[in-house]
Ligand binder design. Structure first.
Ligand code: FAD
Length: 361
């Protein structure tokens, strides 16, 4: 006899874990994770911020709707986000601020003097900023563990070293085969495989949607002085850098987006050097040591919106993928939305239509 489930979820990152927690009381759930431990890939490599403008205006409803859950459970700590502009970029900054204000996001205009108070040593070319006071740091590991524990307590099974290699549909069930030879069956297969979302579809005979992974690099730097503990997340309106403080160090990214096949991503020296060069054009903070560097994959559909819903042509195949660079900050609302669709009760606060996989057919 093979094990039978109502829901088999492929991938135990933040996406899969959130759904396991949401579905485990409604049916028999198994969470399949190829690695030794959940969270090894993108989920364990994020920059850990929640900011409503990040990901654009069509992602903002998911981020904003996730805020209350994250606050209530103590997963957020105040940070603030500051987007910087040069004089040639003032129109772009004004458009950015106006667009998100219109959506109800708090955005304050800062002039050069106000910027200097928050960013001592700011280079002269940076003349204006848009400040989002509600941006927070997220306790990503805490959130991920919370959902893994909630799933386990509600009866979900977590199988690690459980790499799906084949799925076939017949008699209203998915017959699933793992790399180590194990077999199982599930009524619904949920594709929460992050960078591997398209390959997982293909191994199940489902048409891939063109979800592309891109490498993103972060370096942890020691500075000669600082950074200030109350430093906000600082981004460029040009989309070429962000940095934030972390336990007395600086986390810095060159905001890179290098297309890559799904893999165990590693930071490249050139990207770290580029990041430091860009930092030096923002502030006069000497870097004394690169303590740590890492990279992870951010996976996007062609329109850069996530893909949540049943595949219109593959019975019982549900997409929960394409979370790009916002998969943590949107996770609570995304999980609510997806659980509503999976259980036939899509009555949450966020309209699922923009994220429906049908848009690609
Ligand atoms: C450097 C960086 C910074 C980021 N910063 C932020 C941020 O500040 N805020 C934010 O909200 N988001 C951020 N993100 C994005 C966020 O990390 C991702 O959107 C999110 O982690 C995606 O979660 P996931 O569960 O879909 O993917 P993953 O965490 O990658 O999980 C997918 C899992 O599927 C498993 N899998 C794949 N194929 C199979 C298979 N065949 N069988 C079984 N298991 C399989 C993999 O092993 C993996 O564990 C950042 C990402 C990066 C890389």
């Amino acid at each position: 006899m093979i094990d039978q489930f109502d829901f088999a979820i492929v991938g135990a990152g933040i996406a899969g874990a959130s759904l396991a927690a949401g579905l485990a009381r409604q049916g028999r759930v198994v969470l399949l994770e190829a690695e030794d431990r959940p969270g090894y890939h993108s989920t364990g490599r994020s920059a850990a911020f929640w900011t409503e403008s990040y990901g654009g205006p069509q992602v903002q409803p998911l981020t904003t709707a996730s805020g209350p859950f994250l606050h209530q459970h103590g997963f957020l700590a105040p940070r603030g986000a500051l987007t910087l502009a040069r004089s040639s970029e003032l129109a772009a900054l004004a458009d950015f601020a106006a667009e998100f204000r219109a959506l109800g996001v708090r955005v304050d205009d800062l002039d050069r003097d106000a910027l200097l108070q928050r960013l001592p040593g700011l280079r002269d070319e940076w003349v204006a900023g848009a400040y989002e006071p509600d941006c927070c740091d997220i306790d990503v590991a805490g959130l991920h563990q919370h959902w893994l524990a909630a799933g386990r307590q509600a009866g979900a099974d977590l199988w690690t070293r459980a790499q799906l290699i084949e799925g076939t549909r017949g008699a209203g069930q998915w017959q699933l085969r793992l790399a180590d030879g194990r077999r199982l069956a599930a009524k619904v297969l949920i594709n929460a495989a992050g960078a591997w979302a398209d390959p997982v579809a293909q191994m199940c005979g489902v048409r891939p949607l063109g979800i592309q992974p891109y490498r993103r690099t972060v370096a942890q730097l020691q500075l000669a002085k600082g950074p200030p503990a109350d430093l906000p997340l600082v981004l460029g309106i040009d989309g070429l850098f962000y940095f934030k403080p972390e336990a007395g160090r600086l986390w810095l990214s060159p905001h890179d987006e290098t297309p890559t096949p799904p893999c165990d991503a590693a930071a490249e020296e050139l990207d770290v050097a580029l990041a430091i060069d860009r930092l030096e054009h923002v502030v006069d903070w000497p870097v004394t040591r690169i303590e740590h560097r890492w990279a992870g994959l951010r996976s996007f559909a062609r329109d850069r919106l996530p893909v949540y819903g049943f595949d219109p042509r593959a019975d019982g195949f549900f997409w929960f993928a394409g979370q790009g660079g916002f998969g943590i900050q949107t996770a609570p609302a995304a999980a609510d939305l997806a659980c509503g669709l999976l259980l036939g009760d899509p009555a949450g606060p966020v309209d699922p239509q923009p994220y429906d996989p049908k848009r690609f057919y």
